[in-house]
Design a protein around this ligand. Structure first.
Ligand SMILES: C[S@@+](CC[C@H](N)C(=O)[O-])C[C@H]1O[C@@H](n2cnc3c(N)ncnc32)[C@H](O)[C@@H]1O
Length: 122
């Protein structure tokens, strides 16, 4: 799955609805830490778990408060890849949320993708 994303060193990656950080840590390991990775979630509990794991692994990943039903607390055009795994179905308006996210987070020259679950949901 990670090969499909064509991850490259130096990428700026945003994981929306990161939970305890599973995908963030996967990207980080795959790229051997050569990436700027941000994970955002609305759950303080899960963000706390992600931050604990980050310390345990000595990983440089930024975990932030982010509610995908609101404008992201991020500048436009910062990210090469935006993923959302097993979470977008919690959004109030999925097409609107995904369009806004992909539209505002993509840096020129890199793909910006949402990840689909096994049932084809974004
Ligand atoms: C099934 S979990 C998936 C977590 C992680 N992506 C994974 O695969 O382990 C769904 C996640 O969506 C988050 N979530 C739900 N509503 C959200 C919202 N409005 N904004 C941001 N995250 C949200 C939950 O807190 C939870 O971490």
């Amino acid at each position: 799955m990670l090969d499909l994303l064509k991850l490259q060193p130096g990428m700026h990656i945003l994981d929306v609805g990161c939970g305890a950080g599973k995908q963030c840590f996967s990207y980080y390991s795959y790229l051997k830490g050569q990436a700027e990775i941000t994970g955002g979630d609305v759950s303080q509990d899960l963000l706390g778990q992600a931050r604990q794991e980050k310390v345990k692994r000595d990983a440089k990943i930024n975990f932030i408060d982010l509610n995908f039903n609101q404008r992201f607390p991020l500048e436009d055009n910062q990210f090469d890849l935006a993923s959302c795994c097993f979470a977008i179905y919690y959004a109030e308006n999925v097409p609107l949320r995904s369009a806004r996210c992909t539209g505002c987070q993509n840096r020129a020259g890199w793909p910006c993708s949402w990840i689909y679950d096994a049932e084809g949901n974004e």
